[in-house]
Design a protein around this ligand. Structure first.
Ligand SMILES: C[S@@+](CC[C@H](N)C(=O)[O-])C[C@H]1O[C@@H](n2cnc3c(N)ncnc32)[C@H](O)[C@@H]1O
Length: 338
């Protein structure tokens, strides 16, 4: 899924004009007037997506969200010259906030839409490190690449196959919601991310979707409940191979979610073996697998309602009694059930 088509078309017109402060400010005015650019509660702006009801950031604040949900839980302040993979970098809030917390960060920004990169040049973000991001975006538009901030303007699935990638300490996974656009939430895509992360690396996503968390567990990640700023459910923090300190900070995801991932057909992750399927095909394939699993389970099949309420075999419930590692618990429940 992409940002709103009307917004993209308007930005395209301005991309052909001179890059001047006057033109930038008239673009912003037009976007606001047309209700395509929306002020969030912290006074920073976000854009509507293709689905006009979905904003690119939470209403609580584009900047607040990037700092509280992505940057603080990543602990990147404590990492020496962290390598950051900023997937779906959009307007660049996450990259700006990361540099603000740790100026020695090396950031690889991956964004499908040239227009979102351009919008970052025109928009005011009240953090001085935005100038560094803007400089890199300007260089990108002049055809210059490289340096501490690199820009990959393409489908993240293409980027993940590149050999020029680094080993990352932090991955920001900030795609649109998986219900509509699961291409970056598949088990195959997440396994590629896992492989290019440092052992102590951490992936952060605002999404708490069951198939997404299930795919993370299947890819080898240890998942933990993240902060729930501006949304009902918590974000997801996923460690590659958590050290003692990281293990001590693990927070279990809700009990019912652990059960859904382990035992229900909702827990079947999205897949995209060759990283080339459309969203529609990925969703359709998963529905087929869900039906197949339901048929295979026969009498053993539990409805989602029963799983949520914990009306299942006591032996399975017992597995959930102890520990702070949801990934381990999910795996144990799976092997006891299947
Ligand atoms: C929720 S927004 C991210 C906001 C962003 N992190 C920021 O700080 O402004 C999702 C972004 O993902 C981009 N996107 C969607 N599908 C993509 C894909 N397959 N590869 C790379 N970028 C993608 C969209 O263009 C959009 O800018």
């Amino acid at each position: 899924m992409l940002p709103n088509k009307k917004a993209i078309d308007l930005i395209k017109i301005y991309m052909e004009k001179e890059y001047s402060l006057e033109n930038f400010s008239s673009l912003i005015d037009e976007l606001i007037k047309k209700d395509l650019l929306v002020k969030t509660d912290d006074e920073t702006f976000t854009i509507r997506s293709e689905d006009p009801d979905e904003l690119m950031h939470s209403k609580v604040g584009a900047l607040v969200e990037s700092i509280s949900k992505f940057v603080i839980p990543s602990n990147l302040k404590e990492i020496k010259s962290p390598n950051i993979l900023d997937l779906c970098s959009g307007i660049g809030y996450n990259a700006v906030s990361a540099l603000h917390k740790n100026i020695d960060s090396n950031v690889d920004m991956v964004e499908f839409s040239k227009e979102m990169l351009f919008l970052s040049l025109a928009l005011y973000i009240p953090i001085k490190e935005h100038e560094l991001i803007k400089e890199s975006i300007l260089n990108f538009f002049k055809g210059k690449t490289g340096g501490k901030i690199r820009i990959f303007n393409e489908d993240a699935r293409v980027t993940l196959k590149r050999t020029s990638l680094k080993t990352y300490d932090v991955v920001f996974h900030d795609a649109f919601s998986p219900l509509k656009d699961p291409v970056l939430y598949t088990v195959d895509f997440l396994k590629l991310i896992y492989n290019i992360m440092n052992d102590s690396g951490v992936l952060i996503s605002y999404s708490s979707s069951i198939p997404f968390r299930s795919a993370l567990v299947e890819s080898g990640f240890i998942i933990s409940e993240g902060p729930s700023i501006g949304r009902k459910r918590g974000a997801t923090i996923a460690y590659k191979n958590p050290d003692k300190k990281q293990i001590s900070t693990l927070v279990r995801i809700p009990d019912s979610d652990e059960r859904l991932i382990a035992l229900s057909t909702v827990g079947i992750p999205y897949s995209d073996k060759n990283l080339d399927l459309t969203s529609e095909k990925i969703i359709e394939n998963r529905e087929i697998k869900r039906e197949e699993l339901k048929n295979k389970l026969g009498d053993k099949y539990y409805t989602t309602k029963k799983i949520k309420l914990g009306k299942i075999d006591e032996k399975l419930l017992k597995i959930q009694e102890y520990g702070n590692n949801s990934s381990e618990i999910i795996k144990k429940m799976k092997s006891a059930y299947f």
